[in-house]
Ligand binder design. Sequence first.
Ligand SMILES: Nc1nc2c(c(=O)[nH]1)N[C@H]1C(S)=C(S)[C@@H](COP(=O)(O)O)O[C@H]1N2
Ligand SMILES: [Mo]
Length: 324
Amino acid sequence: MLIKKLKNKKTRIEPSEIASESVYKKRRQFIQALGLSSIAVASSSAHAVLKADEGPYLKGVKDGKYNTDEDPTSWRDVTSYNNYYEFGLGKEDPAQNAGSLITSPWKVRISGEAEKTGNFDLEDIIKPHTLEERIYRMRCVEAWSMVIPWVGIPLASILKSFKPTSRAKYVTFETLNDPKQMPGVRRRVLEWPYREGLRMDEAMNPLTILAVGVYGKSLPNQNGAPLRLVVPWKYGFKGIKSIVGIHFTEHQPDNSWRLSAPNEYGFYANVNPEVDHPRWSQASERRIGAGFGLFNPRRDTLMFNGYADEVASLYRGMDLRKNF
Ligand SMILES: Nc1nc2c(c(=O)[nH]1)N[C@H]1C(S)=C(S)[C@@H](COP(=O)(O)O)O[C@H]1N2
Ligand SMILES: [Mo]
């Protein structure tokens, strides 16, 4: 029980942190006004309100593109309202249970249709690239949404470094599958290991990133440490967490959610207010942390989650009802 308590302590949120997002926003505006990179010069006052035990700010993070200017969802909500079934089905389970995940050292296996394949240390994969902050709208298939300031690397830069061959038409990702660290995989609620895939042009789109951090700091385990996918125009389940494998393939791969319920979850999973989930509407969404009940009216969901200018051309001529 003592161990459990200590673990919980690591993820408990102090009341002072509720202010973190407004401080964070002010700091960003200030730093943007100075034209400086946001994280490299992070002020100590902002640091104090963010969780002290989540480690220092990541260094050398530059401002990225495509940032929404909507208010970021609080650190508290981003790190305590999660989906990560390997650590339980409840939204609060991942923050409670993911302390058992060991994220260092971490290896990623690169395989399939690429010239450079093998087992690589995560540090070696990341080192040649520049970290960027990307403040994205995120939308879960369960019709809630958040605004999350990720820190990551464009997936295209990382994939190119492994020199995919001309036969690489898709890329698949795999999460760690270790019942010792992940109590949830003992129940077969999904096809383990959790896996997800993208078409190569989706993977290479400049919006797609592999995230290593959030709010300027390393990813908490519950958010998919140490490496997770972020594809802001797709439903949240495409954003696979704690990646240990990247595989280049010629044919469209399987993904865990489609394997478990093919009529409910497709391969593309593009946010689309016009195509309902068989059990609920996808036309509107509830922004987490934006107030309660009447004070938090549902907002209309936007086609491609508001990123149509950047990605609609990827799907020209496709029937998005069939390819959901
Ligand atoms: N390995 C793994 N990745 C996962 C999930 C999961 O259960 N296991 N849940 C997905 C779903 S449904 C969502 S909405 C997002 C949530 O990411 P967040 O908790 O960082 O907001 O993670 C996605 N990635
Ligand atoms: Mo989700």
